[in-house]
Design a binder for this molecule. Structure first.
Ligand code: CA2
Length: 147
């Protein structure tokens, strides 16, 4: 069976490629999704891609992954630094979780240095730009015994 990976993106990531390219790069979220889909097919993973600007919708989506997805890759965006609800939802998920940030949050403002999600994450990727999504899929494949 092909393992399903859910890639979940938080608030404002729908604006990727439209503003602040010096921080977040020129790629759009649709472009990242297309790259991930091509890679997932090569590695043998099924992908579900999701973005929301709403904390509750992200919690609902993480809950919906339970029992269906083998792993979660999540860029919680600003909720990284504020959301116990997203941490709790991820804690109810059984498979590997990879936390991902386009930018190197540790080289930015102090409020971005703390993540509520990291304590549940099996890996954290930051500062690799859009390529971070591909790295996360490779790591996920390894964690699931696929690569
Ligand atoms: O580096 C990341 O991926 C972040 O998760 C992005 C979040 C930020 O709050 C985190 O500290 C780090 C912000 C996403 C906002 O995305 C935008 C994209 C284009 C234009 C404006 C915002």
């Amino acid at each position: 069976m092909v393992p399903r990976i859910d890639i979940i993106n938080g608030p404002n990531l729908n604006l990727l490629g439209q503003r602040e390219p010096e921080i977040y790069g020129h790629e759009t979220l649709a472009g990242i999704e297309a790259t991930c889909r091509a890679l997932a097919e090569r590695i043998g993973l099924e992908l579900r891609f999701f973005q929301s600007n709403h904390e509750g919708a992200l919690v609902d989506r993480i809950q919906a992954a339970r029992g269906h997805a083998a792993g979660i890759v999540i860029n919680p965006a600003a909720y990284t630094h504020t959301s116990v609800a997203i941490l709790d939802a991820l804690s109810s998920f059984d498979g590997p979780v990879i936390e991902l940030h386009l930018s190197n949050v540790h080289r930015r403002e102090a409020f971005r240095h703390h993540s509520y999600v990291s304590s549940r994450a099996d890996a954290v990727i930051a500062g690799c730009g859009a390529q971070g999504y591909e790295l996360a899929l490779w790591r996920m494949a390894r964690l699931l015994g696929r690569a």
